[in-house]
Design a protein around this ligand. Structure first.
Ligand SMILES: Nc1ncnc2c1ncn2[C@@H]1O[C@H](COP(=O)(O)OP(=O)(O)OP(=O)(O)O)[C@@H](O)[C@H]1O
Length: 238
């Protein structure tokens, strides 16, 4: 465990082949904090997450997790240190039940991080409890999204990256998602989530960064953003 900063990123550049996608990206995430990474389609949010996890994209810069430099580590080693990642596409096992999907995510417990079991997760995601014997392929998109997050928690991360968790969800499921994220926060997890607009982020986030064309354009509180219509119009989807 840690000082005050769980994740700190400085001078992060990322490239697909010759194309540079991220330019000097910098941000911080503290224990028990929900931070939104906002930006329009194509701004570089998913690329930021992939760069943090060491996936697909070539990156340079400084990524520190609990103070240790992880920029050169392979993805599995980064995940094992407690950085959980939920990509945009829901990667559940369609032929396995909810409970079996959760068991697949099991990792050993980690000092200083919550140790999750299916039973504890069901208190966070009551709708999953009701369908624990249902196969993944027979769930709605929103339910699959919840299951993907729950399965990532089975790895006992201390930080979780959520790529557009509210995308395509019905309003009722969005509320459940917000409740689940707030419950994760109460457990002490630090959460970085990407979003295209403020509606969902506002429900749960302490702070936000805005990314545009691969650069951070704003850093501040949700209240700061609410007070600045010009900034929202310039950089966010309505
Ligand atoms: N595999 C790839 N190869 C080349 N360019 C890519 C690749 N993936 C993404 N890009 C480009 O990188 C830029 C950032 O994309 P990214 O997916 O990170 O944006 P985003 O903010 O997450 O938006 P979205 O909401 O669409 O996922 C875009 O210009 C995109 O076209």
């Amino acid at each position: 465990m840690t000082g005050q900063t769980r994740l700190s990123v400085a001078a992060l550049n990322a490239f697909y082949g010759p194309a540079q996608i991220l330019f000097d990206v910098a941000f911080e995430l503290h224990p028990g904090e929900v931070v939104a990474l906002l930006g329009r389609n194509g701004a570089g949010k998913s690329t930021t997450f992939r760069a943090l996890m060491g996936l697909t994209v070539r990156r340079e810069g400084e990524i520190r997790f609990d103070g240790a430099l992880i920029t050169a580590l392979p993805t599995y080693a980064i995940a094992r240190r407690g950085l959980g990642y939920v990509p945009e596409d829901r990667r559940i096992f369609r032929d396995l039940t909810v409970e079996e999907n959760l068991m697949v995510g099991t990792q050993k417990t980690r000092e200083g991080a919550a140790a999750w079991t299916p039973e504890r997760l069901y208190t966070l995601f009551p709708n999953l409890a009701e369908m624990r014997r249902r196969r993944g392929g027979e769930m709605s998109g929103g339910e699959q999204q919840m299951l993907t997050i729950a399965r990532t928690l089975m790895g006992n991360p201390s930080v979780i990256l959520l790529d557009e968790p509210s995308e395509g969800l019905a309003p009722k499921i969005i509320e459940q998602m917000a409740d689940a994220i707030l419950a994760m926060k109460r457990e002490g997890l630090a959460i970085l989530l990407s979003e295209q607009n403020l509606h969902f982020a506002r429900l749960i986030s302490n702070r936000a960064y805005i990314l545009e064309k691969g650069r951070i354009r704003f850093s501040g509180t949700i209240a700061d953003l609410d007070a600045d219509a010009g900034l929202r119009d310039q950089y966010l989807a309505v």
